[in-house]
Design a protein around this ligand. Structure first.
Ligand SMILES: Cc1cc2nc3c(=O)[nH]c(=O)nc-3n(C[C@H](O)[C@H](O)[C@H](O)COP(=O)(O)OP(=O)(O)OC[C@H]3O[C@@H](n4cnc5c(N)ncnc54)[C@H](O)[C@@H]3O)c2cc1C
Length: 411
């Protein structure tokens, strides 16, 4: 088949590569000059963040109203509350947080595909294996024990660590940092996903994929032959098109039901060269109190945190950015080499009302969606690409992917 992929972030690149493996004739249209220039630019790259997100939210025994206020509080400092965002929060609060077995299976499958492709194609990416969640509040420990049991019941390897155990694994952790204990998640991994995408683009090129950069798609007509229009007035015909633009674009022939809104939220990373390796963490470190994560990518540290409703015209939230640097310095003093090569980055994530991505055949003939990945874009990228490679030719996908189906949102 002749297939158009719109967008060259991590979703578009993995989709294009996977479709090219099946022998399809693939053309990628990207409005920017290169791959991963938007939300896939400098994310954290945690491969199983559902575990972490689940751990963060599992405490919510409150009803829908309670969850709504909890979520609203966690987005404080976002600026003005506007109606669509409040509506989205209310929709989101409908979904009671739980360990979702089919999401965990999809993440495992994605991680396996990532490992298989890396080995097959001899791709090398910076990565760190294993995550420790730091818990400073003694009173919070019983709740964390419940969360660990829930993860274990879902087949995720998770162990409770004493403060001593944590310090043995992380000798560089500040000696006076208050610490009650930790959770060890050996299966978690942080990967430089942009580095992976750039290498995968090269492999896709070898498979005959054509990349059209600086080509913005403005129109899309469904049908047995799909017609795409670009901003410079050209028109192209394909058998199928996959929209990988993160947000549902204005040109999409499938539209959202107004009660099933999406929300755009900003999150941040800072990337800092390592000054002294022995002062840096050995694993991915997540501070439960601040919800800030510190990871190691080659000879750099990447710190991620913050979640605010998106305001692209506003400067990056200064207090959040400062908190990233403060957390790094408080936890691992002397690890960072400021200011040479220090990079602060804000990325915009699109979340659906149930926070699950929207991936699969849409209701419009010849058009599939691979978008609204929220904080799952990397952890599910390879699985979503594989799901589409199956669905486009009507082959059965080996896993239950109903939680991603566009139909659940009327798309
Ligand atoms: C700070 C931060 C940390 C994160 N950490 C993690 C993590 O640890 N693990 C994880 O799984 N996820 C994480 N995420 C989320 C992850 O980064 C995203 O889910 C993922 O990058 C989305 O990829 P994408 O390809 O869907 O979107 P994008 O990377 O935004 O790609 C969409 C592409 O479409 C192009 N495009 C848009 N409109 C058009 C058009 N009309 N014509 C042509 N091209 C178009 C854009 O230019 C862009 O290149 C994080 C996000 C942030 C911000």
């Amino acid at each position: 088949m002749k297939i158009a992929v719109i967008g060259a972030g991590i979703a578009g690149i993995t989709t294009a590569y996977r479709l090219s493996q099946e022998g399809h004739q693939v053309c990628v249209f990207e409005r920017r000059a290169g791959v991963c220039e938007e939300t896939s630019f400098a994310n954290l790259g945690l491969s199983s963040n559902a575990n972490l997100l689940t751990l963060q939210t599992l405490s919510s025994n409150a009803g829908r109203l309670g969850r709504f206020w909890e979520e609203k509080k966690s987005l404080q400092g976002s600026g003005n509350w506007h109606k669509p965002l409040l509506r989205w929060l209310w929709q989101r609060a409908k979904h009671s947080p739980k360990v979702e077995p089919s999401l965990i299976s999809l993440q495992r499958y994605s991680a396996q595909l990532h490992a298989d492709w890396s080995s097959l194609l001899k791709l090398e990416t910076e990565h760190t294996v294993g995550q420790i969640i730091l818990i400073s509040d003694e009173q919070a420990m019983p709740e964390w024990l419940t969360k660990v049991e829930a993860l274990k019941a879902a087949g995720i390897s998770a162990n409770v660590l004493s403060a001593d155990d944590v310090r043995k694994r992380e000798p560089a952790l500040h000696a006076t940092l208050p610490l009650s204990g930790g959770i060890w998640l050996p299966g978690d991994q942080v990967t430089n996903s942009r580095q992976f995408a750039i290498q995968l683009r090269n492999e896709a090129l070898k498979n005959g994929v054509v990349f059209q950069f600086q080509q913005e798609i403005t129109t899309l007509e469904p049908g047995a032959k799909v017609r795409l229009g670009t901003a410079d007035g050209q028109s192209h015909s394909f058998d199928h098109a996959v929209i990988c633009t993160q947000q549902l674009p204005a040109f999409s022939p499938v539209k959202t039901n107004p009660t099933q809104s999406f929300a755009l939220l900003d999150s941040y990373t800072a990337t800092v060269p390592i000054k002294e390796a022995l002062n840096a963490p050995n694993h991915v470190i997540h501070d439960a109190a601040s919800r800030i994560t510190i990871s190691r990518l080659g000879n750099r540290l990447r710190i991620q945190g913050g979640m605010h409703h998106s305001a692209p015209d506003r400067d990056p939230h200064p207090a959040t950015v400062q908190q990233l640097y403060n957390t790094l310095d408080n936890h691992f003093p002397g690890a960072a080499n400021y200011p040479a090569g220090t990079q602060t980055w804000r990325g915009v994530c699109c979340f659906s009302s149930d926070s699950m991505p929207v991936v699969g055949l849409s209701s419009a003939t010849g058009i599939s969606l691979n978008l609204a990945h929220g904080m799952h874009g990397w952890s599910l990228a390879c699985a979503c690409a594989d799901l589409l490679a199956h669905q486009i030719v009507r082959k059965d996908f080996p896993l239950d992917a109903r939680l991603l189906a566009p139909q659940r949102l009327g798309l």
